[in-house]
Design a protein around this ligand. Sequence first.
Ligand SMILES: [Zn+2]
Length: 239
Amino acid sequence: MKITQTPSPNFDARTLPISLLILHYTGMESGEAALARMCDADAKVSAHYMVETDGRIFQLVDEENRAWHAGVSEWAGETNINSASIGIEIVNGGHNVPLEDGSLPPYPDVQINAVIALSKAVMARHGSLTLLGHSDIAPERKDDPGEHFPWAGLAAAGLGAYPSVEDDRRILFTAGERDRGVSILQSGLAHIGYGARVTGIMDARTTAIVTALQRRYRQDQVDGVVDVMTMEIVKALVS
Ligand SMILES: [Zn+2]
């Protein structure tokens, strides 16, 4: 695998062992612009790697160091996600730079194949890491790598789970609802690793987490409403 070194000054020392692999989209007009920003000391952001639309891979930060890609985030009770993770930025305009018709710009196969190869190489060095999107760890702030990111394709390549459940859109809970079932849902989300709190109410945080879950596992309907299918996905991921 050919990797071009483009060192960024935006890193510091890890304080935790590596356990997570976080995927992002750049959300900018071009890969060059994203690379320039991540190598700018004033921007104070970076990632370990960036994957271009044509599959070229750039390394900005050594894996042993802590890149600055996660921001305020949480997974499985850990909030120092940068210390615990490797971050990969995937060049894609995402929700910030949609296509002319308003749809999200697709990820080319050559780019996804490079992401898969890079992720496997990272895991060969560090063991099986938990694969997450930025929206999984910061559901109230972030929506990358987006509902157009081919998580199912990655799972087919052996990266991450992608439970297959019955397509049942009957609604169980909507925003603001208070129900014992909401507590069960929240416990399940927390068990998976999401930063859910058991309140028994479909509060803003829970709705954001459900939206993140759907963005990843049920990409054709991302609305934060808990239907039977969403609940089944949570159950499948818990077990
Ligand atoms: Zn991100």
